[in-house]
Design a protein around this ligand. Sequence first.
Ligand SMILES: [Zn+2]
Ligand SMILES: [Zn+2]
Length: 232
Amino acid sequence: MSVRSVVPGLWQVPIRYVNAFILDDGDGLTLIDTGMPGGHATILEAIRSLGRAPADVRRILVTHCHSDHSGGLAELKRATSAPAFMHPVDAAMVREGRALRPLSPAPGLLNRLVCRFLLPDAPTEVEPTAVEHEVADGDALPGGLRAIHVPGHCAGQIALHWPGRGGVLIAADAAANAFGLALSPMYEDLSEGRRSLARLSALDFEVAVFGHGRPILSGASKRFARMWPPAR
Ligand SMILES: [Zn+2]
Ligand SMILES: [Zn+2]
């Protein structure tokens, strides 16, 4: 079990192949994503390993409805009593226990292989859960975070920008950094996903973290801008 400190106040919690995050802005803890169904146990263990208790979690932000991000939400809400925040399009899915819209692979053999092996087993359902707060593009969220609606991989995908520490982007599945910075392996709408990435590239952030893969610890927005020239 490895909780990794990314920058002071932000920890990455790997749960098999997906990452959740714990953020401490001095006003309690913010949990970002919840792992796949059953992933709650790893996250609760991570909270305790930081010397904190589940009741210290004040809010749970779920970046999109896919089961590797929303699967632990129901259990974590019971364990922490914290309210959930999601974009309305994906909040509507999770309230009904739905976790997947049709996806197509991004270009490239590796992405086609990832889709062929992972998608058939991807759960299409999660435990239906109340989502108390709906998050729109540009919203200032508790925890000092700003929401950016970045559809493409998933219609209700949000990324989060944290202006502290030179700027941190929580990119979730808008992109991935498993085999170098790249598109996510699969998209509902690839051209919309590229437009979303161009919007993210226009922001200023030193550090980026991802739902899948390793953090980028310096020069992150410059690397985004080289891959996906910023929208002006
Ligand atoms: Zn996803
Ligand atoms: Zn994911």
